[in-house]
Design a binder for this molecule. Sequence first.
Ligand SMILES: Cc1cc2nc3c(=O)[nH]c(=O)nc-3n(C[C@H](O)[C@H](O)[C@H](O)COP(=O)(O)O)c2cc1C
Length: 369
Amino acid sequence: MRSLHTPLCDLLGIRYPIVLAGMGGLHGRLTPPELVAAVSNAGGLGVTGLTDVEPEEIRRRIRAIRALTDKPFGVDLLLPATMDEAEPESIEAMWERICREHPAHVRFLRELMREYDLPAADPANDWFMSPRVLAEQAQAVLEEKVPVFAVGLGNPDLVLERAHAQGTLVLGLAGTARQAARQARAGVDVIVAQGAESGGHTGRVGTSVLVPEVVDAVGTTPVLAAGGIVDGRGIAAMLALGAQGVWIGTAFLMSEESRLYTEHKREIAATASENFVVTRAYTGKPARDVKNAFIERWERSGLPHLPMPLQWVLLREFRAAALAAGRYDLLNNPAGQGGGRLAAVRPAQAIFADLVAETSATLDRLARL
Ligand SMILES: Cc1cc2nc3c(=O)[nH]c(=O)nc-3n(C[C@H](O)[C@H](O)[C@H](O)COP(=O)(O)O)c2cc1C
């Protein structure tokens, strides 16, 4: 069997160039310490998405990962574009402004709640990010001296100097070759070329076009390919396109360790590739989600979406009510098109072992052509 090792493995200190994508959501429970450690212990790099976790809890999660593995791992956060962005209003003030300025939006959602017979529920527990909170989150990650700091959205430059001074590698996500080239020039250590097939917030260029474009644009900076990769054939294809490894999200959402709602894992298993759709309905920014009745109703309403984060705040009553009623089918379930090819929930280690074995088998098959 062919060995699956690229120079990126040496940079990251891992055996196989397979990385668990940092996926935030459900207060960090999509990528809990158990999942991160399972991937790292299997020889990949586990990355936890902690965008919606408070700074103190971020520290606890990092320590929990360290208790489960002595292998390298990473943390993924969103950062602002600059550190001097104005502090926004409180979530309550935003909600009051939305009620004043967008009464038709609020009416539409309240009518929908009546139609679906959703009881009113308290949205108080909604997480909210502001530039100050993002800065505190970044501070927590840096102070914990994690091996890899991944920056999903926003400006990696803000953490580069401090990260490099302490030996933390910085990984940046890019949806275009231009973004990738800019990050490489700034000194980002590894670029994730994230294609449109990806789950969650995503761009417009498909993975098979984006990956070679990014590889050509970033010189010697290693590239991880992302978007739609769910098996070893996909990994071998990305290596052929010039990537040194892969960043995999949706396939690991379907692990036993990910605490994504069971109902949402079932939805992914039952959904065909064409029904993982891009919508601004939930966050105001284009994100790929499992198509559902809420997305259809929102798109049909003709209402213009509000910019992020207002769209998310607009939905807070509706989200809390749907959750209280157990109507998971109305909540957002971000997942990539590759979900169309995933049918079962399995231990992360089994998913990982299959990815390695299938990639080697594919490389062997290609060598015989
Ligand atoms: C549920 C979900 C949540 C995500 N959250 C984040 C996030 O917080 N930060 C980030 O950088 N990327 C996030 N992503 C994108 C992933 O990092 C990754 O790029 C994507 O999952 C790759 O495509 P795939 O799902 O087809 O494997 C998320 C993706 C999903 C499916």
